[in-house]
Every structure is written in structure tokens, then in C-alpha cells.
Design a protein around this ligand. Structure first.
Ligand SMILES: Nc1nc2c(ncn2[C@@H]2O[C@H](COP(=O)(O)OP(=O)(O)OP(=O)(O)O)[C@@H](O)[C@H]2O)c(=O)[nH]1
Ligand SMILES: [Mg+2]
Length: 222
């Protein structure tokens, strides 16, 4: 199975190099999508051997992820790992995602940050719980971590995925596509690290509410 990593990245110049280094041993290629960063994300990624695609403007994590998935398809990869550029996920968990894809014959494996002992701030737990409820309301599928960026798309999911929502709504959109296209979804507990850096950069409460409203509006207007 030819496996690529897709890393959406917005202003992650200080982190992206070490993330690429840690991911590279597990995959055949690393594709970084520089989402209109104002810092050195693109040059650092290129100097660490990644294929770099650049959005001229900041388009959002969903758009950046879709750009990377589409590129991997065109480069004829069979499967894609998506992983955040801020170092929150542990690339050493990648083999366990692959194992789940193969043994469970699943199409999409989603890392579950809440399935093992991780130190996660209460506000982040709350955000994600709301994300799970909104996702369930919009798709009918309940997952313990519907909003996690660490995922493995198997061959069927990689060929069929077609995200239209550009922001963080894309995580819920992926679940809707899974339901519509009858992908088998599995979820496995993984490590996650919250630091001052990721908390300062990550999602704001207002942003989270906006995302939830967009998802709900979209699913009612469908
Ligand atoms: N915030 C943000 N991240 C983006 C954007 N485009 C790509 N990304 C990348 O998307 C990934 C997830 O972004 P984060 O802001 O850390 O979101 P998160 O991990 O879901 O949220 P936290 O749990 O708060 O850390 C990172 O690799 C970002 O670099 C964007 O427009 N905004
Ligand atoms: Mg983050």
C-alpha cells in the first residue's frame, strides 16, 4: 500500500520541520499544504524533503486538507494519513492506524484523543463534546472524537472524498461522506499533546460556535 501523509499547515514554521521528520519514516511521501502562511512554513517544509503545495491566501483547514488529498490521488497513492502540523499527534501511532485499517477492513480510521489517558484541558473536552453532538445531529453517526485531524483514509475513502467546506466544518463533512458512501469507520485511542503553543493557536470559543452553526445550517438546508 503506497501511503502518503498530508499535513495542512497554517503558520507552523516553528513546528513543521520536526513533524515532517517524525512522520517521514512511516510513509512514502509527505505532502504539506501551506495554507497562505505568513511565516516560513513552506521553506522549512521543503528543506525537510516534503512536497509543498501553497494556497496564496488562507483558505482554512478543510480546504487545505482537500488540496492535499486531491494531490495524493493525482500522485496515485493508495492511502493517506492526515496529521496536524502543530505536533499535537504522535506519528508513532501511525502503524496502529494502519493495523486497524487492515484488520478491521475499514475505509477510514479516526484517532480518538479521548480513548486513553491524555492531559486535555476541560474547555477543549467541552468543545469536542459539542462537536460530537453536532456531528451526530448532522450525520446520524456518533464518534467519540469526530473532530480529530489525525486520520487514515483507505483506498475507497481516498478515491471518494470530496470536501466542499473550507473551515473546520470539514471534520463533520468527512463523517457525512462516510455515511453517504457507506465507508466502514473505526476509531482507535491515540496520544495527543496540548501545550501553550497549541492552545494559543488552536480553536477559539467563537470560532467553535461559528463552525457548529455552519454545520447545522448546512445540514438543514440540504
Ligand atoms: N487554525 C487554522 N489551522 C489551519 C488552517 N489551515 C490549515 N490549518 C492546520 O490545521 C491543523 C489543525 O489546526 P488547529 O488550529 O491546531 O486545530 P485543532 O488541532 O483542531 O484545535 P486544537 O485542539 O485547539 O489544537 C494544523 O495543522 C494547522 O496548521 C487555518 O486556516 N486555520
Ligand atoms: Mg491543534
Amino acid at each position: 500500500m503506497r501511503l502518503a501523509a498530508v499535513i495542512p499547515a497554517f503558520n507552523e514554521g516553528s513546528r513543521i520541520g520536526s513533524v515532517i521528520q517524525a512522520v517521514a519514516p512511516y510513509v512514502h511521501a509527505v505532502i504539506v499544504v501551506d495554507d497562505g502562511s505568513h511565516d516560513e512554513t513552506a521553506s522549512v517544509a521543503a528543506s525537510h524533503g516534503a512536497t509543498v503545495l501553497t494556497h496564496r491566501e488562507n483558505c482554512g483547514a478543510g480546504a487545505a486538507t482537500m488540496t492535499g488529498l486531491d494531490a495524493a490521488r493525482r500522485m496515485e497513492f493508495d492511502a493517506v494519513i492526515t496529521i496536524d502540523a502543530d505536533g499535537q499527534h504522535n506519528p508513532a501511532d501511525i502503524p496502529r492506524l494502519i493495523e486497524s485499517l487492515q484488520t478491521e477492513k475499514s475505509d477510514l480510521v479516526i484517532a480518538n484523543r479521548f480513548g486513553q489517558k491524555n492531559s486535555i484541558p476541560t474547555i477543549r473536552r467541552l468543545f469536542n463534546a459539542i462537536g460530537n453532538v453536532v456531528t451526530f445531529a448532522a450525520t446520524g453517526m456518533y464518534l467519540s472524537d469526530s473532530q480529530c485531524g489525525f486520520k487514515l483514509f483507505g483506498p475507497k475513502a481516498l478515491q471518494e472524498v470530496d470536501l466542499k467546506m473550507s473551515g473546520f466544518e470539514f471534520c463533520t463533512e468527512i463523517i457525512r461522506e462516510a455515511v453517504q458512501n457507506k465507508w466502514k469507520v473505526t476509531s482507535i485511542p491515540t496520544k495527543v499533546v496540548y501545550s501553550d503553543y497549541t492552545l494559543a493557536k488552536g480553536q477559539s470559543f467563537a470560532g467553535g460556535v461559528q463552525t457548529a452553526l455552519k454545520i447545522l445550517l448546512r445540514s438543514f438546508l440540504r
